[in-house]
Ligand binder design. Structure first.
Ligand code: SF4
Length: 266
């Protein structure tokens, strides 16, 4: 994968050289840590340090990689920039909707016969997405990966993929009726507990408490109303955690608990 991206970046750099634009683009990944998707954690990782988000300000354009002003974007943004320059903004803007212009790359996984990477027009109704990629028995879709929102079947008709509905970084996980949404939530919370860099208390302790909390509710050691206490904890994490990892745990937690409460309780 990185080899392919390297080739794309090299092509982009060549286009820049042909245009006599005097800068180079470098491709870096974060040594496997999820939190290194956060820009300042990636700088730390690139500088050979533990991948942890920095305090902001200063922002990357003031002090980024090696404390120098840095523009940092994901590869998809750079590739689209190149495409927009090539095809012209009007052609790109003709795709999508008023609030969600253009197309986007999606990774489709889970209970689908055609898992893979696809480029789709933004503003697509979720029901059309399910018709295209589902296996005929889709129960829920996690829009935006582990940090995103879980949309149940009853809301497919009213949900748009884009800023008018649910914006997404592109990960679409499909679950069919055979899946336990308790297990899905449990897996996400284990993931966040593991991937939390531990730097701030709301995230480090919060993720652990959410995981222990749903286990206790599932075993009947805590009443179902304890889920509402845990939802309040995610609200605190949303405002008190230092970076997007801890702030976004509320998304999967609340959407799964609200829509599949009966699967979480004892
Ligand atoms: S929110 Fe989590 S991942 Fe982000 S800085 Fe705090 S502990 Fe680290």
């Amino acid at each position: 994968m990185l080899k392919t991206l390297d080739k794309k970046i090299e092509l982009f750099n060549k286009q820049l050289r042909d245009l006599k634009v005097d800068f180079q683009i470098y491709l870096r990944s974060g040594s496997g840590a999820y939190v290194c998707g956060e820009e300042s954690a990636l700088f730390e990782s690139m500088e050979g340090k533990r991948g942890e988000p920095r305090n902001k300000p200063p922002y990357p354009t003031v002090a980024g990689y090696n404390n120098k002003p840095t523009v940092i974007n994901n590869v998809e943004t750079l590739v689209y920039t190149s495409e927009i320059c090539r095809m012209g903004p009007e052609q790109f803007k003709a795709l999508g909707t008023k609030d969600s212009r253009g197309s986007k790359v999606f990774s489709v996984s889970g209970d689908t016969p055609i898992a893979g990477i696809y480029e789709l027009e933004l503003g697509m109704p979720l029901k059309d997405f399910v018709e295209e990629f589902g296996d005929g028995d889709t129960k829920a879709i996690q829009v935006g990966g582990a940090s995103g929102h879980c949309v149940p079947r009853k809301k497919f008709n009213d949900t748009i993929i884009g800023f008018e509905g649910i914006p997404t970084g592109g990960s679409m996980m499909i679950f069919n009726s055979s899946r336990s949404m308790y297990n899905v939530l449990h897996d996400y919370l284990e993931f966040f507990t593991e991937e939390s860099c531990g730097q701030c208390t709301p995230c480090r302790i919060g993720c652990q408490q959410l995981l222990k909390g749903i286990e206790a509710v599932k075993k009947g050691e805590r009443p179902p109303t304890y889920l509402d206490d845990l939802k309040r904890l995610t609200s605190t994490m949303k405002i008190a955690a230092k970076c997007g990892l801890g702030q976004s745990v509320a998304n999967p937690f609340t959407s799964i608990v609200d829509n599949f409460r009966e699967e979480i309780i004892y």
